[in-house]
Design a protein around this ligand. Structure first.
Ligand code: FE
Ligand code: CA
Length: 522
C-alpha cells in the first residue's frame, strides 16, 4: 500500500502542526514512502516520565513483515511542554533495528509530575504525527483522573468508533484490556466481514506483525493513542482463542510448536505497544503484569490472565482447551492446586494489595471475575464457563480473601473478553452470596466483536443476583471519572460498528462511593 495522504492529513489535523521543521515530511529518502504509517503512542506513566512508541513501516503489510525496510534506521525523538513542540524539554536519538521490526520504545524520564507533554519522532526524512501524553501525579498528590477502558476490537467486524469517541473525551489514561487484535479471520462467505483482514489466521512472526500493523493503520485507533497514554494487557486473541499458558486450544498442536507461536505473538505485541524494557520478550516469555501508581488517588494492578494459568478445568475427552460450560459438579472447577495467574503473580498481587496506600485499587485485567451460573445449551443443566475465572475458582477465592485480609481500600475490578457490559458485586467467598460484598466489578463491552445472545444471558440473571446490570446488544467502551470521594462510571455505546461515522451515547452510569463496595445506578 502506498502513502495514504488523506489519513495523514486527518492525523496532522488532530495533532498540532509543528511550528518548526528541520526535516520536511515530504523530503523523503530516495524511494522510501512516509514511514510513520502506524502512528505514535505513549504509555505506562510514572511521575517523571512515560514510554513513547512508534514503528517505522513505509509498507505496513510488506510480505516479509519488515514494513518495507531492510536496514536499521536512526530515529530522533523529542518531548515538549507545549502542543506546538516549541519548548523541547527532552530529546535524543535511537536506532530502530530489524530485530524488533523498527519499533521505537523510549523511556522518557526527568519530567514534571501530573501534567501533559507532547512528543514527536523524525526518521527517514519525515516527521511523525505529534502525540499527547501525561505524567502520573506526584507520589503524595491526591489528583482527579479521567480514565477509559476498552477491549475486543475485531477489525473485520467493523470500525473503531469507540476509540474515536473515547479519544474525544481527552482522557488522562486509557486501559486496553485484551483482544487488541484478533489472530483469527472470518471465512470470506461468513457474512461477517465489514472490512477484511486480507489474510488468514496468524501463526508466524510475520503474520502477527502484519496483523498489528493493519490494526495500527486505523485512524480512530491512532487518534486514541495520540490523545492519551495507555496501559495495555492482553487476553487470548493476541495469540490464539482460549489458549492457556503453553497449550493451544487445538489438542493436535504440540506444546513445543505452540510455544513458538506464543513467542512470535508476544514479540509482535511488544513491538507494537508502548511498553518498558521490563516487558522485553525472552523467547516465549514476557512479563506484562505490573503496577502503576496514580499519586494517592489510585493504584492500578495490571494482570496477565493467560501466560501462567493451569489448563482449563474439566477438559473434554477430545483434549480440546476451548472453553465450554462444565457441570457445576465438576470437581476440577474448585481444585485449589489450579491457578489462573500462576503462583508468582498471585503472590505479587497479594503483596501489591498489602502495600497499597491508595484510595482506590483498580484491578485491570482481561476477564469477567464474578461467578456466573450459566446453562448448558443442550441439557440446560447449570454450569460454569471453563475459560474464565469460573474455571479457576480457588484462585478467585484466594484473590478476594487477600483483598479482605489486606484491608484493601476500595477495590474495583475492570475486565473485558465477554463482549458485553456487566456490573457486579463481588462477594468475599466467591460462590457464597450471603458473604459480604468486598469489591465492585465493571466489565466493558467490545469495541466491535459480536456480543453473546442477549435473551439467553438475560434468562440466567435470576440465577445470579449479584449481577446489577447486564447488556450485550451494543458495542462501545467505558469511561470513568475518578475522584478521592467518588468513582463515576459511564457505559458508552456507539450507534453501529458498521458505520465509520457512528455516534456515541451513554447507556447507563454508576457511582461507587469510598468505603462501600458495590455500584449504585445513577
Ligand atoms: Fe474478544
Ligand atoms: Ca477473549
Amino acid at each position: 500500500m502506498s502513502v495514504n495522504h488523506d489519513r495523514r492529513r486527518v492525523l496532522s489535523g488532530l495533532a498540532v502542526a509543528t511550528a518548526f521543521s528541520i526535516l520536511s515530511p515530504f523530503a523523503r529518502s530516495a524511494g522510501i514512502d512516509y514511514p510513520f504509517t502506524l502512528g505514535v503512542a505513549s504509555g505506562d506513566p510514572l511521575p517523571d516520565g512515560f514510554v513513547i512508541w512508534t514503528r517505522l513501516a513505509p509498507l505496513f503489510n510488506a510480505a516479509d513483515g519488515r514494513g518495507g525496510l531492510s536496514r536499521a534506521v536512526s530515529v530522533r525523538w523529542k518531548v515538549a511542554s507545549d502542543a506546538a513542540m516549541m519548548r523541547v524539554v527532552r530529546q535524543g536519538e535511537v536506532i530502530a533495528s530489524e530485530r524488533f521490526a523498527h519499533s521505537v520504545h523510549v523511556e522518557v524520564a526527568g519530567l514534571e509530575a501530573g501534567r501533559p507533554y507532547w512528543y514527536q519522532f523524525e526518521g527517514l526524512g519525515a516527521q511523525s504525527p505529534v502525540g499527547q501524553s501525561r505524567t502520573a501525579p506526584a507520589v503524595h498528590a491526591m489528583a482527579c483522573a479521567q480514565l477509559g477502558f476498552v477491549s475486543c476490537s475485531h477489525w473485520e467486524r467493523g470500525y473503531f468508533s469507540a476509540y474515536r469517541h473515547l479519544a474525544a473525551e481527552r482522557p488522562d489514561l486509557v486501559f486496553f484490556l485484551g483482544d487488541y487484535i484478533y489472530d483469527s479471520s472470518y471465512a470470506a462467505d461468513s457474512g461477517k466481514i465489514v472490512r477484511p483482514h486480507g489474510s488468514g489466521n496468524a501463526l508466524s512472526l510475520v503474520d502477527y506483525r502484519n496483523r498489528y500493523a493493519l490494526y495500527k493503520t486505523d485512524p480512530d485507533l491512532q487518534a486514541l493513542h495520540a490523545a492519551a497514554p495507555s496501559v495495555v494487557t492482553w487476553d487470548d486473541h493476541e495469540v490464539q482463542n482460549d489458549y492457556a499458558n503453553q497449550w493451544s486450544q487445538d489438542p493436535n498442536i504440540p506444546v513445543a510448536s505452540f510455544l513458538k507461536q506464543r513467542a512470535a505473538a508476544y514479540q509482535a505485541f511488544y513491538e507494537h505497544m508502548p511498553l518498558r524494557a521490563s516487558s522485553l520478550p525472552r523467547g516465549p516469555d514476557m512479563r506484562i503484569y505490573r503496577r502503576l501508581d496514580y499519586g494517592r488517588l489510585a493504584r492500578f494492578h495490571v494482570l496477565d490472565g493467560r501466560q501462567y494459568r493451569s489448563e482449563q478445568p474439566c477438559i473434554l475427552a477430545n483434549r480440546s482447551h476451548k472453553g465450554h460450560i462444565a457441570a457445576n459438579t465438576c470437581a476440577d472447577l474448585r481444585d485449589p492446586r489450579r491457578t489462573m495467574l500462576g503462583w508468582e503473580q498471585e503472590a505479587w498481587l497479594d503483596q501489591g494489595f498489602a502495600e497499597s496506600r491508595a484510595q482506590w485499587n483498580v484491578i485491570a485485567q482481561d476477564l469477567l471475575v464474578a461467578p456466573l451460573t450459566q446453562r448448558d445449551l443442550t441439557n440446560h443443566k447449570p454450569g460454569r464457563w471453563t475459560d474464565g475465572w469460573d474455571g479457576y475458582m480457588a484462585n478467585r477465592e484466594r484473590m478476594l480473601a487477600s483483598i479482605a485480609r489486606r484491608k484493601v481500600n476500595n477495590p474495583v475490578f475492570w475486565g473485558g473478553d465477554i463482549h458485553s457490559f456487566w456490573v457486579n458485586d463481588l462477594h468475599a467467598n466467591g460462590g457464597d452470596l450471603d458473604s459480604p460484598v468486598v469489591a465492585t466489578e465493571f466489565v466493558g463491552t467490545s469495541v466491535t466483536s459480536d456480543g453473546p445472545p442477549f435473551d439467553a444471558f438475560s434468562a440466567i440473571l435470576p440465577l445470579n443476583p449479584h449481577v446489577k446490570f447486564f447488556d450485550s446488544r451494543q458495542r462501545g467502551y467505558v469511561s470513568v471519572a475518578l475522584e478521592e470521594k467518588n468513582m463515576l462510571t459511564h457505559l458508552r455505546v456507539i450507534s453501529d460498528p458498521r458505520d465509520p461515522n457512528a455516534s456515541v451515547s451513554t447507556l447507563k452510569s454508576f457511582v461507587v462511593e469510598p468505603g462501600r463496595a458495590g455500584a449504585i445506578a445513577v
